[in-house]
Design a protein around this ligand. Structure first.
Ligand code: COA
Length: 374
């Protein structure tokens, strides 16, 4: 058995930013327009008028201040309310592959590894822009990598489940250098016309390079252990994919294709699930709260992270112990905890430990205990 280690991480951040104020102005214009178009039905009590959104609510309920997106023009146009991502010729890289490759190159550079040396690529994300050929295989070709590649989807837990899969393969010897890449185009999956959730998501791509510890050329994080769990719930769900045209009337609207959640229930059910999962993982590994220098948590909601941090550490986390990036990126699904790891781990010293944890639809929860070496 070989000891797996994270030797590189990379983040691709889109150049366009939407602040809460910009988002709310667009949503409110859309709501006014919709209310005017449906004035008769509203007056007759057949449909409810859309209420305005507010920046104050968004910050207080989620901690999110802004989000990066691939295209803001469509999202902020009250007549459109979704990003415009023009169709590409088949010979051009797909959007996910392009974002993913940028993140992969940054991870490879950090690890001092050439793309050609990589023999496993997992594209682990909550949505894939097509079913086949796998985005991972396209990334494999763009990087000039060998071996094999495949896509996987465990919603917000995709990256940690991907790390477990890759680390296990490195342990067993079926792969030697692996990339777990998570390009998340959440803006295309979010319903920007729905006041309850229009502020939640942003776009990003992350990549994690995993090698045999003995192959590492510099400082790295050995993967001490991983733990994944799932439990079925309909509280975060999307209802249609390729079967859409088989459903009567569903070609007329897109709501069924997008993210849906019962946010309050998610809050209540996921918090105990995640806290217990982490506690069990740490107990199994003989890791005490005082052994952990850092928690890199899933980035969905500040209140959720504050709660989990307190539960895991048994006290309020000190500044920097549990870094949040959601104020700048919003929820980026599976990539969130990896952005936090990539941006807040370089200062750690030999022997210090940390825990990456993501959770979300499924329900699913994945945790990874890592130790700094070098
Ligand atoms: N602007 C202003 N007010 C809003 C609003 C908006 N955009 N959206 C909702 N509200 C109002 C509601 O109408 C409600 O008003 P009421 O009390 O008069 O009925 C009130 O704010 C509370 O709404 P609620 O939906 O219960 O908010 P919340 O405090 O639960 O926060 C979430 C909403 C989504 C931020 C929160 O539930 C959450 O983060 N859940 C978990 C999300 C998560 O992790 N999902 C995983 C995705 S991968």
């Amino acid at each position: 058995m070989h000891q797996p280690a994270i030797t590189g991480s990379g983040v691709f951040t889109p150049s366009e930013v939407i602040t809460n104020d910009e988002l709310v102005a667009a949503f409110n214009a859309h709501a006014d327009r919709w209310n005017a178009e449906n004035a008769e039905a509203i007056a007759a009590g057949e449909v409810e008028a859309k209420q305005h959104s507010s920046s104050e609510f968004i910050v207080a309920a989620s901690g999110i201040e802004r989000r990066y997106v691939l295209d803001k023009t469509g999202v902020l146009d009250p007549a459109v309310m979704h990003p415009w991502l023009p169709e590409r010729p088949t010979e051009d890289p797909s959007v996910m592959a392009e974002m993913g490759v940028t993140a992969c190159r940054a991870a490879l550079e950090m690890g001092g590894v050439d793309g050609a040396e990589v023999d496993l690529i997992l594209c682990a994300a909550s949505n894939h822009e097509r079913a086949y050929p796998a985005i991972a295989v396209e990334i494999q070709q763009l990087l000039g990598a060998g071996g094999f590649a495949f896509d996987m989807n465990v919603a917000c837990s995709s990256a940690t489940f991907g790390i477990q899969a890759a680390a296990d393969m490195i342990r067993a010897g079926s792969a030697r250098k692996a990339l777990v890449v998570s390009p998340e185009i959440c803006s295309a999956h979010l319903e920007w016309r729905d006041r309850d959730c229009h502020f939640i998501f942003g776009d990003v791509a992350t990549a994690i390079l995993i090698e045999r510890d003995g192959d590492a050329q510099g400082p790295r994080f050995t993967i001490r252990s991983t733990r994944c769990a799932t439990q079925f719930s309909n509280n975060i769900r999307n209802n249609n994919g390729f079967l859409r045209r088989t459903r009567k009337g569903h070609m007329e609207d897109r709501r069924d294709m997008q993210f849906m959640q019962n946010g309050r229930k998610v809050f209540k059910e996921v918090l105990p699930l995640v806290s217990q999962h982490i506690a069990d993982h740490m107990a199994e590994e003989g890791v005490a709260a005082s052994d952990l220098t850092r928690l890199w948590l899933h980035q969905a909601n500040k209140t959720m992270n504050d709660y989990i941090g307190r539960k895991v550490l048994g006290r309020d986390p000190e500044p920097g112990e549990q870094p949040n990036i959601l104020q700048d990126y919003a929820n980026t699904s599976s990539a969130g905890s990896i952005i936090a790891f990539a941006q807040h781990s370089a200062d750690m010293t030999n022997g210090q430990m940390g825990l990456i944890c993501s959770f979300g639809a499924g329900y699913s929860v994945g945790s990874v205990i890592v130790e700094r070496r070098g």
